[in-house]
Design a protein around this ligand. Structure first.
Ligand SMILES: C[S@@+](CC[C@H](N)C(=O)[O-])C[C@H]1O[C@@H](n2cnc3c(N)ncnc32)[C@H](O)[C@@H]1O
Length: 303
């Protein structure tokens, strides 16, 4: 069977969130100009202002949300900021597994199970004692009610050896996560001493190809892989430096029935490019690569 591959440009002007992005820039212009376009430094009702690329990933999620109803979903790299909130999982009758290795920061909240059971100010105690207890109690109650618990959070890396059942998910989702899976490799955003040796790319492609093969195996027939990632923001050299041909080779290494690549905010006309001043300076002086805009690469693959 031949794989159908499409590339779809998603210009900001055609995006349902265009007006919202424009309004954010206008409303907070003075503060953004003063702080070098650092959106997250601005707090709105106690939370950081969404960055333009977070607007993209939220819009992508909303676009697919109706498709998630009643599905078995695996999220890779859910952290505490996942778009799959517990109310959403419940309302949409989703059976959800989130895999996340991080165990520090507020991420403790997801050490085992429902986030709503965790009392925030006592995160460490919650993670070490209360959370496992409440989690197993919660599971026990669900079992007594003969209801499968809908949301599990595993503290692990993908591909976790605990994800053993083949072909058991309808959707595998990862938002702004894949670029971190192999970020300990040479040339990543953390590697300031990288000598530009491009032979590291091949090793990266092979590691990621193994991950994508595992995701493919875990998907049911007709299952969908949905992965978005920022380009030029951070992480593994392939994503950080924007080697698109290598990214494509990663996804094209298994026989999907269809594969669609989308570029979000690459064509930002009508809005500003998204590049905080500190990042602009780092690209110029540290990483020495011409970068004028950060954007989102989105992949939709069907088994
Ligand atoms: C930037 S956060 C994104 C969180 C969330 N998906 C969102 O969009 O807000 C990326 C997450 O991926 C996680 N991650 C890194 N490597 C991973 C791996 N191999 N398997 C699962 N998660 C991983 C990181 O710990 C981090 O919490």
């Amino acid at each position: 069977m031949t794989m159908q591959i499409d590339f779809v440009e998603k210009p900001c002007r055609q995006c349902p969130t265009f007006d919202e992005c424009k309004a954010i820039d206008e409303t907070y212009r003075a503060q953004l100009e003063a702080n070098g376009w650092n959106y997250r430094q601005i707090k709105v009702k106690g939370s950081p202002l969404k960055t333009p690329i977070r607007q993209c990933t939220d819009t992508i999620f909303k676009q697919y949300a109706p498709f998630f109803t009643g599905k078995d979903i695996l999220e890779i790299g859910c952290s505490t900021s996942s778009q799959f909130t517990l109310p959403f999982i419940r309302e949409q009758s989703i059976r959800y597994v989130g895999v996340e290795p991080r165990s520090s920061s507020p991420g403790w909240r997801l050490s085992m199970l429902p986030r709503r059971l965790i009392y925030k100010p006592y995160n460490v105690i919650a993670a070490k004692i209360i959370n496992p207890l409440t989690s197993s109690l919660y599971n026990q109650i669900q079992r007594m009610k003969r209801k499968a618990p809908r949301a599990y959070y595993m503290r692990d890396r993908f591909p976790s050896p605990h994800l053993t059942t083949p072909a058991s998910f309808d959707v595998i989702f990862a938002s702004s996560s894949i670029e971190h899976w192999h970020e300990d490799q040479p040339g990543s955003s953390e590697d300031l001493a990288w000598n530009g040796d491009l032979s590291v790319l091949e090793a990266g492609v092979q590691m990621y190809q193994a991950d994508i093969r595992r995701a493919y195996e875990l998907l049911r027939p007709q299952g969908m892989l949905l992965i978005d990632c920022p380009i030029h923001v951070h992480g593994n050299v392939i994503f950080f430096r924007g080697f698109l041909d290598h990214i494509k080779r990663i996804f094209e290494s298994v026989p999907w029935t269809s594969l669609t690549y989308e570029s979000w905010r690459l064509d930002y006309s009508g809005l500003r490019p998204y590049l905080p001043d500190a990042r602009r300076d780092a690209w110029k002086t540290v990483y020495k690569q011409p970068v004028e805009n950060l954007w989102i690469f989105n992949v939709i693959a069907r088994k």
